[in-house]
Write a protein that binds this ligand. Structure first.
Ligand SMILES: [Zn+2]
Ligand SMILES: [Zn+2]
Length: 395
């Protein structure tokens, strides 16, 4: 393994010294380098281990690939679960950071956007974190469900360090051939304020099939919940309600346009139901987006939705266990439409980039906190404890 990368040092301490030493050795050996120094990555060595900064060798570029200089990447709930080893099929050591923005530093061969325009070195891009959706398997061709393609690989999640520079918590990302890059006119901060939650929410809103004038209920006030509020309003919702916590995140929900919010910390399920019914003429929400991660929230989403309404489940990205419900009362008698929503496709990323470019005001107010590579452990802890709404890595 590690065909492309020689790990020159393992520990954060001393990385700089070894880095400059290796740079001098490379120069002495006459190696051709496009970088002024070796790429740095923040690595989760194994589940439950602290993140370490390592230095790795500069990759050899295959034809129609590129090297991206990272401007911003992000720390999301998925990264917390990756560090805790709660996701199956993850190849450690892993460089997290699946949604990132940067500038193309070096292109080998040709890189085209979806409209057939050539990318040039220096262009600012983001890229679909999902790579190798095959367009050849049963799920791709018959079910037309690309997010369930068994051949897909995800930068920063199912591509590990042995697969190359494939995570955004790094000074550089290796853009493999076939990666779908998107030209970005938005500032890195505006696009990353939405981050991975933006395409995820966009997909959920698409699944929710919101009608003009609907009342939408969003459960959860994390990044996906906040983006869901913004996008529900863009989709024609008359009112968006949000139930979540802590209060600082509910303040963000209000800033994003929520008509009313309720704190779960001081309201049990019965009081939440009363509140939703009080806000919706006793019927419940037309569409409910569950974006919490708590299994019981899925059943509450069903109970808080009106008869013949729609529930979209987008919060269950990790297995947090089972939850009981009454199939007669909670589902069938209500004539509910309950839909799962897994992953994102290129269309969601593309439209997310367009929205961040053309409607930046929707994301400009979101609070961002950035951390350097050496502060990645701090960033994970802050996200895990809900102290920050959006944590970014600025390598
Ligand atoms: Zn496929
Ligand atoms: Zn994410």
């Amino acid at each position: 393994m590690n065909a492309l990368y020689r790990i020159l040092t393992q520990r954060r301490k001393g990385a700089t010294e070894v880095g400059w030493l290796s740079l001098r050795l490379c120069a002495a050996a006459g190696e051709k380098s496009i970088l002024s120094r070796m790429p740095l990555v923040a690595v989760i060595p194994e589940p439950n281990a602290e993140v370490e900064v390592r230095e790795v060798a500069e990759p050899d570029l295959e034809t129609n690939s590129a090297l991206l200089e990272v401007e911003l990447s992000e720390v999301c709930g998925t990264d917390v679960y990756l560090q805790q080893g709660r996701l199956a099929g993850v190849p450690y050591p892993l460089v997290p950071g699946h949604v990132s923005v940067g500038r193309l530093q070096k292109i080998r061969g040709e890189l085209l956007d979806v409209e057939g325009r050539r990318f040039s070195e220096g262009d600012r891009i983001t890229f679909l974190d999902v790579h190798r959706t095959c367009n050849a398997c049963w799920y791709c061709l018959v079910a037309k469900a690309g997010t369930r393609c068994p051949n897909r690989k995800v930068y920063g999640i199912t591509y590990g360090l042995d697969d190359g520079l494939c995570g955004g918590w790094a000074t550089h990302i290796y853009i493999k051939p076939g990666t779908r890059c998107i030209r970005l006119e938005a500032t890195p901060e505006t696009f990353m304020a939405g981050g991975c939650a933006l395409p995820t929410s966009l997909h959920a809103i698409e699944r929710g099939d919101i009608k003009i004038g609907d009342t939408v209920l969003v459960l959860g006030s994390g990044p996906v919940g906040i983006n869901a509020i913004v996008l529900s309003l863009m989709s024609g919702a008359l009112r968006v309600l949000c139930i979540g916590a802590p209060q600082s995140r509910l303040d963000s929900a209000n800033e994003a346009g929520a008509a009313a919010t309720l704190n779960i910390e001081s309201n049990d399920e019965a009081r939440r139901l009363d509140w939703v019914l009080g806000q919706t003429s006793g019927r419940g929400a037309d569409v409910t987006i569950e974006a919490t991660g708590a299994p019981e929230a899925v059943v509450q989403a069903m109970r808080f939705t009106r008869d013949a309404g729609t529930v979209v489940v987008v919060g269950q990205y990790t297995d947090h266990g089972t939850t009981p419900f009454n199939p007669h009362l909670d589902l069938n008698k209500k004539h509910l439409d309950v839909r799962g929503c897994w992953g994102s496709e290129f269309s969601h990323f593309y439209r997310a980039a367009q929205l961040a470019s053309q409607r930046p005001e929707a994301w400009a107010r979101m609070k961002l906190i950035s951390y350097g590579l050496t502060k990645a452990n701090e960033a994970l802890a802050d996200v895990s404890d809900g102290r920050v709404l959006k944590a970014l890595i600025r390598p």
